[in-house]
Design a protein around this ligand. Structure first.
Ligand code: KDG
Length: 337
């Protein structure tokens, strides 16, 4: 039904082509259209990154490729947009790695709690050979991974209690992304995790279906979660990368030159997005406090307890993924420090 409704991705349809009203002798340009969708809103650095991608691609292809940008889950959530890419009914999306693990299970490794010590180390690992190896695994799923962007370090918010210790997670109903490792890690911490698409999260918090959630400060602030959440802690428990991906059907339909242009633009827009994102994540904790949230700092001792609580989950997933793959990531992290 989805396929029929969206008309497929037949580029010869020229859904972005100029009309030729009034019979003027204008040249009919058969442009190709990229529909690029994300879950976050138009204020978020992720969307600014998409706008940069649009600017670069349209300029460099001289309009032969038109990019339409969609935010706030207008085209769906991370999982459904990836499925649309597989079907060829959407061309680009930029999900977190967590939902990608439902398509390529090895991606779970990037969501190991407390894996990356800093964004800079993450950059080196993801932009290097190891990161590329993971992007290559997407191809079997009819997806082409073009670049890593950044969501960032995730922090816990909730409406019930200040979270300062590992014990404080107990009893809190926390929305997690749709990813088994996230679920099990929060369970190990004593919380009641419930997986949910990002697009349903605000309402769930507003209606009290969940007590809390976890996301980087930029998201917490720009999505206005301070309106429905009282407490924020710097748990920094997981670093979420974003993956800029394209429908393989669409990518394969491009000329070689166009493929190079979109690949390069995804990287360049990503560098820009990461910069804005880091500024945002540094700035917005103060804004959250100004909006009335109480901020609780996690001591090193308590963070250590959290690390210990989730270690069995990490070990379990490391075994499932394959210790060789996981070791590769660990070595790259070590080398980057
Ligand atoms: O645009 C990205 C969002 O759809 C999502 O990945 C954000 O971190 C996120 C979450 O919590 O779902």
């Amino acid at each position: 039904v989805l396929l029929a409704a969206c008309g497929g991705s037949d580029s010869t349809q020229g859904n972005g082509s100029a009309s030729n009203e009034g019979g003027e002798a204008t040249e009919q340009v058969d442009s190709k259209t990229i529909r690029a969708g994300i879950g976050l809103n138009s204020e978020h650095p992720q969307y600014k990154g998409l706008e940069k991608f649009k600017e670069l691609v349209e300029e460099r292809t001289e309009g032969a490729i038109v990019v339409e940008t969609y935010h706030s889950g207008q085209l769906g959530d991370d999982r459904s947009m990836m499925e649309a890419l597989q079907l060829g009914t959407q061309e680009v999306t930029v999900p977190s790695t967590a939902p990608i693990a439902n398509f390529v299970s090895e991606f779970s490794v990037f969501d190991f709690p407390f894996l990356f010590p800093s964004s800079e180390v993450a950059d080196q690992v993801l932009d290097g050979e190891v990161g590329q190896g993971f992007l290559d695994k997407l191809e079997d799923q009819s997806l082409v991974g073009l670049a890593y962007w950044e969501n960032g370090f995730r922090n816990l918010t909730n409406s019930k209690q200040a979270v300062a210790t590992a014990e404080d997670f107990k009893g809190l109903t926390i929305r997690t992304m749709e990813n088994d490792l996230h679920l099990e890690a929060f369970r190990a911490l004593g919380a009641n995790p419930t997986p949910m698409a990002f697009t349903e999260l605000f309402t769930a918090m507003q209606q009290g279906t969940v007590d809390g959630q976890e996301n980087p400060y930029a998201t917490i602030y720009l999505e206005g979660y301070y309106e429905v959440q009282k407490h924020v802690s710097n748990t920094n428990h997981i670093y979420s990368p974003f993956v800029f991906m394209m429908s393989k059907t669409f990518f394969d339909s491009l000329t070689e030159e166009e493929q190079e242009i979109v690949s390069e633009a995804a990287l360049e827009a990503g560098a820009y997005q990461r910069e804005l994102n880091r500024e945002a994540n540094e700035t917005y904790l103060a804004n959250l406090q100004e909006e009335g949230m109480t901020y609780t700092e996690i001591s090193e001792e308590e963070r250590q307890k959290m690390i210990e609580a989730v270690q069995p989950i990490i070990d379990k997933y490391a075994e499932n993924i394959g210790t060789d793959v996981v070791e590769e990531v660990y070595s790259a992290i070590e080398a980057a420090q």
